[in-house]
Design a protein around this ligand. Structure first.
Ligand code: AMP
Ligand code: MG
Length: 354
């Protein structure tokens, strides 16, 4: 299959030619094809959510286990009434506050979305993204686009169209290139089908923001915070190894000075073992390490910049065949919870103390 690339001239306000290209891509979806598209979180691999054959093609293109459900992307709030049932008031409160935006809600399924899309579950994950190209594309596609991240299953999610092509060239009909994703990490997922209303995957919309909007304490699924627990994470996707580059990822915790010294020592050892080395660090330290590949974010307390650059750093390390990657101790507060969740998954849940 020849994967066609549609490059959007003005992603912040698509008009004219841009809208024509998006309309063409919408037709591909309506015909049962697959199109990767930008959102404010990461690139999605879109298919018609109401067509089980399309969902089957998504699983095949990604090599994704078929019990790992897809998120249905919509472009207007009224769409939830067709695909969900017994919708709690909290869903409307969160939708008014955070949609369009990086929040996915799990609701009871009305049965309209095929089981193939929901991974066999009687619940459905729904999100309205804020990216303008995404919204136009969902509208042009008929209003219900199933889309996981547009990477081969297990690899870091793509945050640029070139990374989508790295994984998906020849496997899907088209890619809409709308530039870099603003956030760079997948959406927050909240489960509204149970009274506990837990966060099943942390993201840009933090527990504090959700708690404030709902006037009650919202907590993260405890199985995510402690991977040694017996209970499995409630979000099927969080059970699999994920977001991982080919090289080993070593997050290092501790005071900034100690982390710096620890990484320097480990780099020396790794070089002695003839390993190709990489570091993902704060911008202040970028020039101070002797590593083969160095990628930096902002300061250690800036989770947004760290998250924004993380997946592209991992992909760059892969391109350079890096064997071992050290990551400095970026903050775990606020959006840092989501950053650390992905970092630890990419590292197989292990870290080292400086
Ligand atoms: P991705 O599309 O790769 O960002 O992953 C979507 C993730 O959403 C899946 O891997 C699941 O973990 C989660 N998810 C989707 N639908 C449901 C659902 N009905 N119940 C719980 N988690 C879900
Ligand atoms: Mg994914």
């Amino acid at each position: 299959m020849n994967t066609k690339v549609y490059t959007i001239k003005d992603p912040s306000s698509p008009q004219g030619e841009d809208l024509k290209m998006i309309a063409e891509c919408g037709e591909i979806i309506k015909r049962g094809g697959l199109v990767a598209f930008p959102t404010e979180t990461v690139y999605g691999l879109g298919g018609d959510a109401l067509n089980e054959d399309s969902s089957g093609k998504i699983y095949a293109a990604k090599g994704r286990p078929s019990d790992n459900p897809l998120i249905v992307h919509i472009c207007e709030l009224s769409a939830i009434e067709k695909i969900a049932r017994d919708i709690p008031e909290e869903a409307y409160i969160l939708a008014r506050k955070f949609w369009p935006g990086p929040l996915t809600m799990i609701l009871k399924s009305s049965g309209v979305v095929p089981l193939k899309t929901t991974g066999g579950l009687d619940t459905v994950a729904i999100r309205m993204p804020s990216d303008k190209v995404a919204l136009e594309f969902i509208k042009a596609s008929g209003g219900y686009v199933a889309a996981p991240s547009a990477n081969i299953s297990g690899r870091p999610s793509p945050t640029k169209a070139c990374y989508v092509l790295e994984d998906m060239d020849g496997r899907i009909d088209a890619v809409i290139d709308g530039g870099d994703n603003a956030i760079g990490l997948e959406s927050t997922i909240i489960d509204l089908t149970e009274d506990s209303m837990q966060v099943l995957r942390p993201g840009y919309i933090t527990n504090e923001m959700l708690s404030e909007a709902l006037g009650r304490d919202i907590e993260t699924d405890p199985a995510l915070l402690d991977p040694t627990r017996k209970e499995r994470p409630k979000a099927p996707g969080m059970r699999y190894r994920h977001y991982a580059p080919k090289g080993e990822v070593h997050p290092v915790k501790g005071d900034a000075d100690k982390v710096f010294e620890h990484i320097r020592e480990e780099l020396t050892k790794a070089k002695g073992d003839n390993k190709k080395t990489g570091v993902f660090c704060s911008k202040d330290n970028a020039g101070k390490y002797d590593a083969d590949v160095i990628r930096c974010a902002g300061s250690l307390d800036d989770a947004e910049t760290a998250a924004h650059h993380f997946y592209s750093a991992l992909r760059d390390m892969d391109d350079e065949n890096v064997d071992i990657i050290f990551v400095e101790n970026f903050t775990e507060r606020g959006f840092g919870e989501a950053f650390w969740n992905r970092l630890l998954k990419s590292a197989g849940s292990e870290w080292e103390d400086a």
